[in-house]
Design a protein around this ligand. Structure first.
Ligand SMILES: Cc1ncc(COP(=O)(O)O)c(C=O)c1O
Length: 415
């Protein structure tokens, strides 16, 4: 279903990328509905007969057509901004299954979320409790909240995507959590229903997940003793995928082991997966513009996608497999695969064995999560198009930006 060579040409979800190149201009993202559906099923099949809700983490890939796949399957959504909430609504998502995470929600976003009747706010601090309470009170409603705790667990992932360490900005510290819960009854417009945590992203081992779940379960039990009875636990997201032959825990095993920790508690479990649903369901297709070598023996393949289209390699030192669409038959050499952006950090992979000539197509793998969503117009480059394979048909789900999209309303302000 994923990537394989057929007649010496790379196919993705049974679509011949070379043939597609005759009608679609590079660079572009290409996603597979089949792979997304398979990944969702791997979660859902473990959830039968349990009180659970999958809230897809919108930040991983927020294209409306992708979100509508989740809406059609009646999944919930984990959002971190008013913009993401509006995307969920436009995609036909059910706002009563939306949880609102994030360390800095503005008053406007809180008001929009309350008016949209979301399920719950994942609250990160005492002062956020104050603000949500006063906005809910002014609107004459009760707002559902859960408190995000920091389980202070080392998830052993990249420092930029670890969130559950005591030095991170996220959640309420272990020391303050009980006292914060105790204050909630003072707020007349808040309804406490849960506890929430998220320890980081691209975590391949189950142990940090179960360790933090056990810590949170003992907090839930502490709270029970002081008559604070919760109805749900939100376990966040974070399950990793295989970018470079890692062996991440299987989705089903991950879900099962967490259900096991909370069994017998009657708590509803909320999962917020992002990467593990869309990450391996997308590729970035790009074309070789130039090849060059330096006197020191370094070889470069320069492609038409840049770091503005996919920033994960420079941002996190992230590894993505890179494959030539034409199956390598000639002897391969070592190349840095780089983009045209004027930054040394503009690279997709270093010292890769690959054969590709000028004009050939190259695929950067596993780019369905944190790819397009992190793209920008740096170097006045338009954001690229996104396509989706559904039932063996490839359709455009977002066109390439035009030059006027890049300019926005700048010309109005010219003297
Ligand atoms: C609160 C929260 N939930 C869920 C996610 C999704 O994480 P992932 O894509 O690793 O599953 C994130 C991402 O960092 C997050 O911050």
């Amino acid at each position: 279903m994923t990537l394989k060579y057929v007649n010496e040409t790379l196919n993705f979800d049974n679509i011949d990328i070379k043939e597609l190149g005759q009608t679609i201009q590079t660079p572009y993202y290409l996603y597979s509905e089949n792979i997304i559906a398979r990944n969702i099923d791997e979660y859902i099949s473990e959830l039968k007969n349990t009180d659970t809700l999958i809230c897809y983490s919108v930040k991983a890939n927020s294209n409306l057509s992708i979100l509508s796949l989740f809406a059609k399957k009646n999944l919930g959504f984990d959002i971190v901004s008013g913009g993401e909430l509006q995307r969920v609504v436009r995609a036909g998502g059910d706002t009563s299954k939306v949880v609102f995470s994030g360390v800095g929600k503005t008053n406007e976003e809180i008001e929009l979320a309350i008016k949209s009747k979301i399920y719950c706010f994942n609250v990160e601090s005492q002062s956020e409790l104050h603000r949500i309470d006063s906005i809910a009170s002014s609107l004459n409603v009760q707002a559902n909240i859960s408190l995000r705790v920091n389980p202070e667990i080392d998830a052993k992932t990249h420092p930029y995507i670890t969130t559950g360490l005591s030095e991170n900005k996220f959640g309420i510290s272990q020391d303050d959590v009980l006292s914060t819960f105790k204050t909630i009854s003072d707020y007349k417009s808040l309804n406490i229903c849960g506890i929430d945590y998220h320890i980081g992203s691209q975590i391949t081992d189950i142990k940090p997940f179960t360790d933090s779940a056990k810590k949170v379960l003992s907090l839930v039990n502490e709270l029970k003793k002081i008559k604070i009875n919760l109805t749900h636990v939100d376990l966040g997201g974070g399950l990793g995928i295989s970018y470079n032959n890692e062996s991440p825990a299987k989705r089903g095993d991950y879900v099962r082991s967490l259900i096991e920790v909370f069994k017998g508690t009657n708590l509803k479990l909320i999962f917020e997966p992002g990467r593990s649903i869309v990450g391996d369901a997308g590729i970035l297709v790009t074309k070789v513009i130039e090849k060059k070598n330096n006197p020191n023996g370094k070889n470069f393949i320069i492609v038409d996608a840049g770091m503005n289209d996919l920033i994960r390699p420079p941002l996190y030192g992230a590894y993505h497999k890179i494959s030539s669409v034409k199956e390598n038959t000639a002897p391969v050499a070592l190349f840095d695969v780089v983009g045209p952006v004027c930054e040394t950090a503009d690279f997709f992979g270093k010292d890769r064995y690959i054969t590709a000539d000028i004009g050939d197509l190259v695929v950067i793998q596993d780019t369905g999560a944190y790819g397009f969503v992190l793209s920008s117009n740096y170097n006045s480059r338009p954001r690229i198009a996104e396509y989706l394979i559904s039932n063996s048909n490839v359709t455009c789900i977002r066109g390439k930006e035009t030059f006027s999209d890049i300019l926005g309303d700048e010309e109005r302000y010219l003297e």
